[in-house]
Write a protein that binds this ligand. Structure first.
Ligand SMILES: *[C@@H]1O[C@H](CO)[C@@H](O)[C@H](O)[C@H]1NC(C)=O
Ligand SMILES: *[C@@H]1O[C@H](CO)[C@@H](O)[C@H](O)[C@H]1NC(C)=O
Ligand SMILES: *[C@@H]1O[C@H](CO)[C@@H](O)[C@H](O)[C@H]1NC(C)=O
Ligand SMILES: *[C@@H]1O[C@H](CO)[C@@H](O)[C@H](O)[C@H]1NC(C)=O
Length: 381
């Protein structure tokens, strides 16, 4: 028997009330801090510190990196802010300080509102064989740093459980480099496909570890459409490759990224089912970025979406022998009109739009926001 219109309305009202209630739980608590793990997509200065400890110069720390927002290179692999910066801003929190740079005597104060363990170049899996100290930064190592540093940041066990529970925890993006290194060494996509389940298991195991330590809100990003990367287009492009007719991106590489993302989501769903009181958000970097590649002009990317702003000559402004940060690199004007910053990493303008797209997805609706920045999370209240 069909229910009467009145009871339908009442049921609808009740659902709305419940939704309001559940989002208020988050809105009232919000987050006191952001804790982050990952690679160059989220590193705010850790590799820079590590390199300086080992007296190495890394081009990501030379001009023009950072020049369009920070007026100096901070160790971020972009001309300005990253997604993690827009996330912190939209949560009303300060930019997340890099653990290695700020790991000093007063960790409690320095990391009160967040701490970032992400290191540019990091892999999810532990590197095998001889390890460059700058590459000894896998997700497992980052988690070890986190566990080790907890007492100095938040004190005793129960305080730390509270600290972790009140934090928004960003687990990635991580895993991209596990594929980048072998791909850019010339391995085929078929060869690296076998890595995907291992990478995903590592991300899931870190997620489970964090939940065990008291995490209540985790954001786990997937991979970008790497077939749209200027570096891959230059390195892997050939007449034999299939290109997407609308975007010009390499289809096989994008399919590979989607495969990683699909597996990650399936495993995250399992974790969510086991922990119904934990909020696990899959951050769909792939689909948040895709509109930019489909309609670059709509977003002001008047140089198209595929050419790098900083680099060399060539169809995609990538020359594998001249890299952004080198003295001989060409730095083009108006970085906001480019999606790709250095061929591999994106410009601040691209990260801003991706953040905006991301924060307006249903997955992010359970996050609260105190944003006034305009990039804000969709349900700011
Ligand atoms: C960078 O310099 C510009 C212009 O001098 C200034 O407006 C801006 O606040 C500076 N940015 C930072 C993060 O210091
Ligand atoms: C952080 O600082 C402490 C105290 O100075 C030091 O013992 C520890 O090794 C540092 N951790 C890392 C990962 O650098
Ligand atoms: C990697 O880092 C870990 C933790 O900091 C350390 O115990 C290990 O010795 C390092 N390994 C290498 C090969 O440097
Ligand atoms: C943890 O430290 C706080 C003070 O920071 C104290 O009030 C609390 O009793 C301590 N808890 C335990 C279990 O030691």
């Amino acid at each position: 028997m069909a229910s009467s219109p009145i009871s339908v309305t009442f049921a609808g009202f009740f659902v709305i009330l419940m939704l309001l209630r559940s989002s208020c739980v988050y809105a009232n608590g919000c987050y006191t801090s952001v804790i982050s793990f990952g690679d160059s997509l989220a590193d705010t200065g850790n590799l820079k510190q590590l390199a300086s400890d080992y007296n190495q110069v890394v081009r990501f720390f030379l001009p023009p990196y950072g020049e369009n927002f920070f007026n100096q290179s901070t160790g971020r692999c972009s001309n300005g802010r990253l997604i993690i910066d827009f996330l912190a801003e939209s949560l009303g929190l300060p930019l997340v300080p890099p653990f290695l740079q700020d790991n000093g005597s007063d960790n409690k104060e320095a990391f009160k509102h967040g701490v970032n363990y992400a290191v540019a170049g990091a892999t999810a899996l532990d590197p095998r064989g001889i390890v460059d100290p700058l590459a000894n930064t896998s997700l497992v190592i980052q988690l070890a740093w986190f566990k080790q540093s907890l007492p100095s940041i938040c004190g005793n066990y129960s305080n730390c459980r509270n600290f972790i529970g009140q934090s928004l925890i960003l687990v990635g993006e991580i895993g991209g480099n596990d594929y980048n290194y072998p791909l850019l060494m010339g391995k085929s996509i078929e060869e690296i496909e076998s890595l995907v389940p291992l990478v995903i298991d590592t991300i899931i195991s870190a997620t489970n570890d964090l939940i065990e330590m008291g995490a209540k809100s985790l954001v786990v990003p997937g991979n970008f459409p790497i077939g749209c990367s200027a570096k891959y287009l230059t390195f892997c492009g050939s007449e034999d490759e299939e290109y997407d007719p609308i975007t010009g991106c390499l289809i096989r590489l994008n399919e590979f990224a989607k495969y990683h993302n699909k597996l990650l989501q399936a495993k995250l769903n399992q974790v969510q089912e086991l922990h119904p009181n934990v909020n696990i958000i899959y951050a769909d970097y792939y689909n948040a970025a895709m509109p930019i590649y489909r309609f670059p002009y709509k977003f002001g990317f008047t140089n198209g979406a595929l050419k790098a702003c900083c680099g060399g000559e060539g169809r995609y402004n990538v020359d594998l022998s001249v890299r952004c940060g080198d003295a001989s690199a060409i730095v083009r004007d108006e970085p906001d009109t480019y999606v790709s910053w250095d061929g591999m990493h994106l410009t601040e303008a691209a990260y801003r739009i991706i953040s905006k797209n991301l924060f307006s997805t249903p997955q992010f609706n359970s996050l609260c926001s105190t944003s006034t920045s305009g990039v804000g999370l969709s349900n700011s209240m």
